[in-house]
Design a protein around this ligand. Structure first.
Ligand code: IDP
Ligand code: MG
Length: 141
């Protein structure tokens, strides 16, 4: 498997619950390394641009409102198969369907407030990492 870099966002619900450290610990324990991070409050424009792929979906407005409801913790995670590994650690989008022991099963309340975002493919990981960390070299050295 290849060394990959993926984008992870701890959403406003997770930041409000004061569980940044607990969630980051799960990534680290699974072998992922935080190679860039920032805690910040997204503007509406940024949230809309980041989730542009979902702009036609019925939940888009609620998703944007939620993502700007408080600060988020954005990270680039690097490691073997980082993209799929992060998705496995996150669990299903709807926390009611997320496997026991996943981040969403343990920290998320609803499909809206579902604690984490993670890139879902090599292409989206490249675009999403560049969106927040334009100066980060995506390939491992
Ligand atoms: P993902 O975050 O597991 O990749 P996506 O389908 O990419 O899921 O959706 C992006 C985000 O939009 C989800 O994390 C969730 O917060 C929200 N979302 C997705 N589907 C629904 C829905 O049916 N109702 C409300 N919010 C949704
Ligand atoms: Mg997605």
């Amino acid at each position: 498997m290849a060394i990959e870099t993926t984008l992870s966002i701890l959403k406003p619900d997770a930041v409000r619950k004061n569980v940044i450290g607990q969630i980051v610990s799960r990534f680290e324990a699974a072998g992922l390394q935080v190679v860039a991070a920032q805690l910040r409050h997204l503007s509406r424009r940024e949230a809309e641009a980041f989730y542009a792929v979902h702009s036609e979906r019925g939940f888009f407005k609620d998703l944007v409102e939620f993502m700007i409801s408080g600060p988020v913790f954005v990270q680039a995670l690097r490691g073997e198969g980082a993209i799929a590994l992060n998705r496995d650690l996150m669990g299903a989008t709807d926390p009611k369907k997320a496997a026991p022991g996943t981040i969403r099963a343990d920290f998320a309340d609803s499909i809206d407030a579902n604690a984490v975002h993670g890139s879902d493919s090599v292409e989206t990981a490249r675009a999403e990492v560049a969106f927040f960390f334009p100066t980060l070299a995506i390939h491992a050295r």
